[in-house]
Design a protein around this ligand. Structure first.
Ligand code: FAD
Ligand code: PYC
Length: 416
């Protein structure tokens, strides 16, 4: 049997790929790229992959200021689902979920997508009404969704506390069985390797410091590794979207916050589904390494820090123990934060900008991991055709001028 070192698993994937020669660090600053993607997270790398794969545009560079996947892609709690309320969102996220279902095969890289089911708990009469409404809306959009009463929740998740005496008793839950989790850094590596194999250049430690605009068109990019000429750029820099857009003179309706998460010490398999609660406010799953992966809401202050406020952690631990008293003796292993950019309607901004050749993809806030393949797919289409993909069209920047907001604060399932 072939032995894998940690490095070979990272670079080759579990299925192996001996011939892979990455183009890392190889951007020639004097070169002219057809498209430059700024941001080497999952969304940027997926965009580059689909530009090459679906549109045959391979003269593409991805510029990443740190290492690929060092942003939110490698920092999130990996929940993947498509049970959003509104038609526009559920279509986009369901497109993404369908791509997840074939992604390991598509990329020849095990992204460990595990459809273990996501429960969204309801603790009040109003939450029952809202949740049932979402189940009906999902079904109308042909998305799998079920309403479970409290007894059925207990059957699905045996260790959860459904006692009527708890502070916020569990009155029921929505269940999406096709939803689940994935291995976050594998997603970045899988897309990177597949894009690189198609000829895309990926450059790490390359920070974009300026955008040169002439006659309202992008002409070149300043980076810490030199200047690069191009006529098209895609800005995909979660948490820093406004900063990059401002370099092109564009003002965006985004706020930046820290969202944090933590993992427990590893334990034997005990939790085989994902549980989210908006009311007590915590979400939890168990990773393949055995750690419980636990998150809550954003820090309320604006921040660019990749570490959060301790009060959020203490609150989320209280919430966790309300739902799972069985976890009370567990120790925390590590905690971290990611920088998320939140739009006024908790929906992303995807598409063209007022500057020719400058495309924007951001504002995914607390919920963009699940969208990674779908976001890359529709953004690549939009960049390639200079025209929004039909699933991306409702999410264009001009919805804020037209007042056509897509308010998903409820289904975002994370307090903003
Ligand atoms: P990133 O992975 O952040 O990539 C952007 C990249 O741009 C970064 O690597 C950054 O270094 C780079 N960059 C920034 N500025 C520059 C520059 N000037 N030059 C070059 N590069 C630059 N979503 C879910 O769907 N489910 C979840 O369970 C979930 N949980 C979350 C939990 C936490 C704690 C956090 C922080 C987020 C969570 N999210 C979740 C949200 C999700 O992680 C993000 O929406 C998603 O990963 C964004 O992907 P991205 O590729 O756009 O961003
Ligand atoms: O969007 O499902 C989600 C999510 C879970 C945790 C953070 N975001």
């Amino acid at each position: 049997m072939k032995k894998f070192s940690a490095l070979s698993i990272l670079t080759e994937g579990l299925s192996g790929n001996k011939g892979w020669k990455p183009h890392w660090q190889s951007v020639d600053p004097k070169s002219q790229y057809e498209v430059v993607i700024i941001g080497g997270g999952g969304h940027g790398l997926a965009t580059a992959y689909y530009l090459a794969k679906n549109h045959n545009i391979t003269n593409v560079a991805v510029l990443e200021k740190n290492w690929i996947g060092s942003g939110n892609t490698g920092r999130n709690t990996t929940i993947v689902r498509s049970n959003y309320l509104l038609n526009e969102s559920s279509r986009l996220y369901e497109h993404s979920l369908k791509l997840w279902e074939g992604l390991s095969k598509e990329l020849n890289y095990n992204v460990m997508f595990s459809q273990r089911g996501v429960l969204n708990l309801a603790h009040s009469l109003q939450e029952i009404r809202d949740s049932k409404r979402r189940v009906f809306a999902n079904k109308l959009n042909k998305i799998d969704a079920e309403w479970l009463d409290s007894n059925s929740v207990k059957k699905y998740c045996k260790i959860i506390n459904t006692s009527k005496d708890s502070r916020y008793p569990i009155l029921g839950a929505t269940l999406q069985r096709r939803a689940g989790t994935a291995r976050h850094d594998a997603v970045a590596w899988g897309f990177a390797r597949a894009a690189s194999n198609l000829g895309v250049d990926i450059c790490e430690n390359c920070e974009v410091t300026g955008l040169q605009i002439e006659k309202n068109k992008i002409v070149s990019i300043n980076t810490t590794k030199g200047n690069i000429n191009t006529k098209k750029i895609g800005i995909v820099v979660a948490g820093h979207g406004s900063v990059l857009a401002r370099m092109a003179g564009i003002k965006l309706p985004l706020e930046t916050h820290t969202l944090q998460a933590l993992v427990s010490e590893p334990i034997k398999p005990i939790l085989d589904c994902v549980v989210m609660s908006n009311a007590v406010h915590v979400y939890v799953s168990q990773s393949d390494k055995g750690e419980l992966v636990i998150g809550a809401g954003i820090d309320s202050t604006n921040s660019y820090q990749q570490r959060g406020n301790f009060s959020i952690i203490s609150g989320q631990m209280g919430s966790l123990l309300e739902l799972f008293p069985i976890f009370s003796k567990l120790k925390m292993l590590r905690t971290w934060g990611g920088i998320v950019d939140v739009s006024p309607d908790a929906s992303p901004i995807i598409g063209e900008t007022p500057v020719k050749g400058v495309f924007f993809n951001g504002g995914w806030g607390t919920g963009g991991f699940k969208a990674t393949p779908g976001s890359g797919w529709v953004f690549a289409h939009t960049i390639a055709n200079n025209f929004p993909h039909k699933l991306a069209d409702p999410f264009s920047l001009n919805r804020f001028y037209k007042g056509k907001l897509i308010d998903e604060h409820g289904a975002a399932a994370v307090a903003h």
